[in-house]
Each structure stands twice: as C-alpha cells, then as structure tokens.
Design a protein around this ligand. Structure first.
Ligand SMILES: C[S@@+](CC[C@H](N)C(=O)[O-])C[C@H]1O[C@@H](n2cnc3c(N)ncnc32)[C@H](O)[C@@H]1O
Length: 235
C-alpha cells in the first residue's frame, strides 16, 4: 500500500503535469512514476470511466462474456479489466507503454497476456481480426495516445467484434475530442465499422484545473463510443 492519500489539489497538480509532458517518452516516464499511486489518486478524482465503459461494452456484447477475448489497450494498472470481470469477462489481454503500469496490472492476475507497446510509435502486438472486443479507456486525450491509433484498434478486432473508446469532453480536450470524432466517423463512412452506442456522461471525473471548474461544475464530462466492425463474424 502506498503512503497517505493525497488531497484533490495535489492530485490535480500531478495530473496536469502529464498534459504538459512534451514527448512520448516523457509521458511514459510520468506513468512509470505514477503507477504505484495511480489507483489512490484516481479514486480522489472520482474517476468512473473504467466502470462506465465496461458496463457499456458488456451491454453491447452479443456473445456470452466468458467466451469473449478482450484486448484492454493502455490498460494501466488494470482497472478496466477489474470492471470487465464483474460482468463475466475472463479472457483478457492488456497492452500499455509503461512498464510500471504493466507491473501493477500483472499483480491483479486478471490478464492472460500483458505486453509493452508505445501507441503512436508501434503497431499493436496482435494479429489482424483477433479479438472479440477491444477497449481503450482514459488514454485517448490530448497529451496521451494520438487519435491516429484508432484504425489499429479496428485492425486487431474480429469482424463482428466491438471496439469501445472513451475520451473527455472538457474544454481543454475539445479539439482532441473533435479530431477523434472525425476519425471515428471517417471509418464509419468507409463502411469499416458501424456505431452501436454513444453515451455522454456529465460527471466523468472531478475537474483537474481551475479553468475547468470555472465552467460551473466541479466535474468534467466524457463520452463512450462503441462500434461494431463490419464483416461477418468468422469471415
Ligand atoms: C489515465 S491512464 C488509464 C489507464 C486505464 N485504462 C484506466 O482507465 O485506469 C492512461 C494509460 O495510458 C498509457 N499511455 C499513455 N500514452 C501511451 C502511449 N502513447 N502508448 C502506450 N500507452 C500509453 C499510460 O501508461 C497509462 O497507463
């Protein structure tokens, strides 16, 4: 167990520093350093994304959850798989850029496979058309994983399989969120996947900057998208 819990102000300061990391390697170092206290800190932020996204994926999932092979991208310490397990998912692989985060995820004992992968720099370490579902939570946002990674999520998903992605809709992430929507819509227009669900969430997590709280709420909003890859299952 890490030391005493930090105050909201201290957690906000830490989170804002990731958004100011200039290079990909700086971001990954930030997460290596954060791994040990990540779960305590996001609890202070009332971060609900893993639980909301897992529920969304579970309700869209056509197959019995215990049969589905799921890839948790940017898995961090494994909060998403912990939530997926509550819904009956038990075949889970994870990837993340941070060794520190992967070590914490490994301790959960929920993943059959965990691999390091720097998204935006290298392809996902998985074959094409491999997973029944691919999920990425809390990582598609400004200063983290680029939206150009989304086609790679689609590539490793089986035809008929689901891709669940989340982003924040707060002020500072709005340009990124618009760019992400463009990528999602573009793939739909090309007939590569179809939209299954969009869930807008008002209270995604507590605001992490004074600028955000000035918008009139102590919380920032977020959104969850679920898409189904086109093509017949098993094709
Ligand atoms: C906010 S955490 C989210 C973790 C987990 N999905 C959750 O919801 O708790 C973001 C994760 O993305 C990973 N990450 C950020 N940028 C990355 C990149 N370019 N490549 C791979 N992983 C990255 C970090 O190491 C971190 O574990």
């Amino acid at each position: 167990m890490a030391g005493p819990w930090r105050s909201l102000a201290e957690v906000r300061e830490r989170v804002s520093s990731v958004h100011h990391s200039s290079s990909l390697s700086q971001q990954i170092c930030f997460y290596d350093d954060w791994a040990q206290e990540y779960e305590q800190d996001v609890a202070v932020l009332e971060y609900r994304a893993p639980q909301l996204a897992a529920a969304c994926l579970a309700s869209a999932s056509p197959a019995p959850p215990h049969e589905a092979l799921v890839l948790d991208v940017a898995c961090g310490t494994g909060l998403v798989s912990q939530e997926l397990q509550r819904w009956g998912f038990c075949r889970m692989h994870g990837v993340d850029g941070s060794k520190g985060m992967l070590e914490r995820a490994h301790r959960k004992g929920l993943y059959q496979e965990l691999k390091q992968c720097i998204l935006g720099q290298e392809p996902l370490p998985a074959p094409t058309d491999h997973y029944d579902a691919v999920i990425i939570v809390g990582a598609l946002s400004v200063g983290q994983v680029p939206s150009s990674v989304v086609p790679e999520l689609l590539r490793v998903t089986k035809p008929g399989g689901l891709v669940c992605v989340t982003t924040r809709s707060n002020l500072t992430n709005q340009p990124y969120a618009a760019e992400l929507r463009g990528v999602l819509d573009g793939l739909a227009q090309r007939g590569l996947w179809e939209k299954v669900t969009v869930q807008e969430v008002e209270e995604w997590e507590r605001a992490t900057s004074a600028q955000e709280t000035a918008q009139g709420s102590a919380y920032i909003p977020g959104v969850i998208y679920v898409y189904r890859k086109c093509g017949a299952p098993g094709s």
